[in-house]
Ligand binder design. Structure first.
Ligand SMILES: C[S@@+](CC[C@H](N)C(=O)[O-])C[C@H]1O[C@@H](n2cnc3c(N)ncnc32)[C@H](O)[C@@H]1O
Length: 321
């Protein structure tokens, strides 16, 4: 399944897992997936790619989103075969009569929420093998740092110390002066019970017989499967060239560095524009004041026809595009 060669939001974050669909969908085929649940759909970019894949495979696709944006509702109207569950991941799982064959987990990127979702899946599986699990954000910034869409849904005792309206940058485990902006993020990276990859690793300690691959692009896609599944070898072989691929890792580090730099530059430009607006407003007031006329005449007299400034000069400056 191709993604038309498009980065879904070129020049922006590249937040959608649709960007790695060519790696994801052959694994879904190999695992014989006939029912798939996506947790966290946002605008439905991955959802739409999955629906196209499902047309060929005959699979059903359901997606979970507590706050469906208009673009997702449009997708539901255009693709009536899509089931939209307006709930959190844990709430949606609790309402299912059985587990789907594959679950893509890309909801709230914090240890507590992901652990709740994973433990619910394990509880529902019981003695049966776990489904194929796919994750977004197993790389920087979420790998070892929680962020929260809705901190109120996480008990305070289970939450990392919170930073609000903060910016973070790679290589800085605290908060940075400029970088990727988050409404709510853990004030520190690392340590126990912090981040998406930490939650997956801890889940693997509680549940034996699982294998994890991580594809280090577009913030990192993780894939977790039971080693005992009849399709395990095929999935491992398909994902092997991308698993912890060092070239992809370098390309991602480079992409993220540029993304962060773009945010820092944009913030600087916004500050400079605000400063210029203040200068323009002051110059406008000066121009329209009668004292300015007096000052202009005075400087003409004192500088014998070579005034330090003229009002026309100021007006020309203000008229510049
Ligand atoms: C990164 S976006 C998903 C992107 C999408 N999967 C894609 O690849 O195109 C994460 C979404 O998860 C939703 N979300 C937040 N908390 C959630 C939760 N507890 N359960 C499910 N979804 C959640 C957010 O509203 C947001 O729209």
């Amino acid at each position: 399944m191709e993604n038309n060669g498009q980065v879904t939001d070129a020049l922006q974050w590249g937040y959608s897992l649709a960007n790695v669909s060519e790696i994801m969908t052959p694994c879904l085929d190999a695992a014989g997936v006939k029912s798939l649940l996506e947790i966290g759909s946002y605008a439905g970019e991955l959802t739409e790619v999955l629906l196209e894949w499902a047309e060929g495979s005959g699979a059903t696709v359901a997606t979970v989103e507590p706050l469906p944006p208009d673009r997702l509702r449009d997708l539901v109207r255009r693709r009536p075969e899509l089931e939209l569950i307006e709930d959190t991941g844990v709430g949606a799982l609790a309402g299912l009569s059985e587990l789907p064959d594959a679950i893509v987990i890309d909801g709230d990127h914090n240890y507590y929420t992901l652990t709740q979702e994973l433990d619910k899946i394990a509880e529902m599986a019981g003695d049966q093998a776990l489904p194929l699990l796919l994750f977004h954000d197993v790389g920087w910034p979420h790998e070892r740092r929680d962020t929260y869409y809705a901190p109120d849904r996480v008990p305070e005792s289970e939450r990392q110390p919170l930073a609000k309206d903060c910016t973070i940058a790679p290589g800085n485990p605290g908060l940075s002066d400029g970088g990727l902006p988050y409404e709510y993020a853990a004030a520190f990276e690392g340590g126990p019970k912090n981040g998406v990859l930490t939650a997956i690793e801890d889940f693997m300690k509680r549940n034996e017989g699982l294998e994890l691959a991580t594809v280090p692009v577009f913030f990192g896609m993780g894939m977790l499967w039971p080693k005992s599944a009849p399709w395990a070898d095929e999935v491992r072989e398909l994902i092997a060239p991308y698993n912890r691929n060092p070239v992809m890792e370098r390309a991602e580090a480079n992409r993220v560095a540029h993304l962060v730099r773009g945010h820092v530059d944009a913030a600087t430009i916004r500050e400079q524009q605000a400063k210029i607006a203040r200068y323009e407003e002051l110059l406008g007031r000066l121009l329209s004041s009668s004292s300015m006329g007096v000052a202009e005449r005075l400087t003409k007299l004192r500088q014998r026809g070579n005034p330090v400034f003229t009002r026309q000069e100021i007006q020309d400056l203000l008229d510049q595009e």
